[in-house]
Design a binder for this molecule. Structure first.
Ligand SMILES: NC(=O)C1=CN([C@@H]2O[C@H](COP(=O)(O)OP(=O)(O)OC[C@H]3O[C@@H](n4cnc5c(N)ncnc54)[C@H](O)[C@@H]3O)[C@@H](O)[C@H]2O)C=CC1
Ligand SMILES: O=C(O)[C@H]1O[C@H](OP(=O)(O)OP(=O)(O)OC[C@H]2O[C@@H](n3ccc(=O)[nH]c3=O)[C@H](O)[C@@H]2O)[C@H](O)[C@@H](O)[C@@H]1O
Length: 448
């Protein structure tokens, strides 16, 4: 059944959910406190890079099911379901900052004059559902009007967000009243997804536990990778070998330079903070976080191993976004690596297929901005691969060898096989595999 929905917060999650909910037949108003964002959307542009989203937005706006407004109060008044999809960034203590959720709840309260269902999409600490209920009630002109607060965490991944929504693997609905749970679950009914009905606290925990578990898999394989290097094993073979056991599964076993992004780092810290608050020593999770922090600098260590003192060297960095197919640089490994290279005295030239505008906000004039893969690596003493964009995994290695001043690639994403690099006489350092190091004779051969 078609529902009227206000999506409060039109970021990655709000815009994707609002658009996709409109696409499956609902009437959606996406609102945001950021007026520039709403204006851009009203003009038909979208503020983020997400494959397939722009066309879907246009289609649903044209069909009259999707609109954008900065008048959040009106959207609240006109809708049956109010989704909260605002940010919950990491605060200085590591806890999730829920001030935006509170602001949204209070605004809802001020405009709640008939019974409605509030759906929390944002990732929020356990117990926030109950707090949201109180914040709304305290702001309501008439606190006797009944309303429901339902937890409905989001599991989409950036870069494949639209597909993740449309082929939703599961829907978690945490509610106190079964009628409210059913109302929310029914919104997703056209997707034919499996719904798990839980308490609000369990739903909140499912979100954190899912992200923490995936982060654990990554830190585990990264630790195994570091050990592989010491014993001459190949982590790619090891990941395939263990991943084909269905109890382990092959997903999230790609060794690399650590997880980044707007969620794994902040959500693992938030869960660790919650454990501390509850007096529970979640040592396993703390180690996952620690391993990840260390892993971010692995590439730098390998570069120093290859080049020695970095002072005065020219280094190309390919990939700035935290993963391919997004322009999101929040907590990207490049944010740890590049300032460290600059601090070590290297001249750094960076390139990313879509995150260049975003990168300028982070790096300003401290680096040089390349215009394409080959221009970026040209004349550099080494090339570092930080994000596995297609154009970095399919480079013409003959050209790469000729363009680099020294044929050295330090690859944080294991984009190539060491054998291919050896064939092309490129010194190759990757993660969890033995480096292929050219001899001096090789260098002379290549240079001449
Ligand atoms: N980015 C992702 O891939 C995923 C994010 N999440 C969670 O979803 C939530 C949102 O994340 P993103 O969409 O990435 O954040 P975002 O930062 O891209 O978007 C949040 C939006 O909320 C707006 N906002 C803040 N306060 C507001 C208010 N009081 N009223 C109206 N708008 C307000 C901001 O202006 C911003 O546009 C977070 O809790 C995050 O942990 C969950 C799954 C995936
Ligand atoms: O809560 C969230 O925001 C989202 O966080 C992740 O999604 P996302 O951060 O978009 O991207 P992922 O594909 O999960 O990658 C996260 C990080 O882990 C890294 N990663 C991933 C997989 C892997 O095997 N190895 C690895 O290093 C990626 O490079 C990236 O830096 C989860 O996969 C989503 O289910 C969740 O909804």
């Amino acid at each position: 059944m078609m529902r009227t929905i206000a999506m409060i917060g039109t970021g990655y999650v709000g815009l994707v959910n609002g658009t996709c909910l409109a696409h499956i037949g609902h009437q959606v108003q996406c609102c945001d406190a950021n007026l520039d964002k709403i204006e851009l959307l009203q003009q038909g542009s979208i503020p983020i890079y997400e494959p397939g989203l722009e066309a879907l937005v246009a289609e649903n706006v044209t069909a009259g099911r999707l609109s954008f407004t900065s008048d959040i109060a009106s959207a609240i008044e006109q809708s049956e379901l109010l989704f909260i999809a605002v940010g919950t960034p990491m605060s200085e203590t590591g806890a999730a900052d829920i001030s935006y959720v509170r602001a949204a709840a209070e605004l809802i309260g001020r405009h709640l004059t008939v019974s409605k269902t509030i759906v929390i999409k944002s990732t929020v600490p356990l117990g926030t559902g109950r707090n949201v209920e109180n914040w709304i009630r305290m702001a309501m002109p008439d606190p006797h009007i009944p309303f429901d607060v339902v937890s409905n965490p989001e599991f989409l991944r950036e870069g494949s967000a639209v597909a993740d929504f449309m082929k939703m693997e599961r829907c978690i609905v945490g509610a106190i009243r079964p009628e409210a749970a059913k109302l929310v679950a029914d919104c997703f009914e056209p997707l034919g997804t499996r719904t798990h009905f839980t308490s609000p606290e369990s739903a909140e925990m499912i979100k954190y536990a899912a992200n923490a578990f995936l982060a654990t898999k990554i830190s585990f394989i990264n630790a195994v990778a570091n050990l592989c290097e010491r014993y001459g094993a190949d982590v790619e073979d090891v990941a395939r070998g263990i991943g084909s056991d269905s109890r382990i599964g092959s997903a999230f076993l790609r060794a690399g330079i650590g997880y980044g992004g707007s969620c794994f780092p902040k959500d693992t810290h938030a869960l660790s903070w919650m454990a501390d608050q509850a007096g529970y020593e979640f040592g396993l999770l703390k180690e996952v976080i620690h391993t990840n922090e260390e892993q971010k600098y692995m590439l730098l260590r390998k570069l120093v191993q290859a080049l020695g003192d970095l002072h005065g060297t020219k280094i190309a960095v390919l990939g700035l976004a935290f993963k391919p197919n997004t322009d999101d640089m929040r907590d990207a490994p490049s944010l740890a690596l590049i300032p460290a290279l600059v601090a070590a005295g290297a001249h750094v030239r960076v390139y990313d297929p879509v995150a260049m505008t975003e990168a300028r906000k982070w790096f300003g004039n401290s680096v040089e901005y390349g215009t394409g893969v080959y221009q970026t690596i040209s004349g550099c003493d080494a090339c570092m691969i930080v994000t596995e964009w297609n154009e970095f995994t399919s480079m013409d290695l003959n050209q790469v060898r000729q363009l680099l001043a020294k044929p050295i690639i330090v690859d944080g994403r294991n984009c190539y096989s060491p054998a291919i690099m050896q064939e092309h006489q490129i010194e190759y350092h990757s993660i969890g595999r033995t480096a292929t190091v050219n001899t001096e004779a090789n260098y002379n051969y290549i240079v001449s």
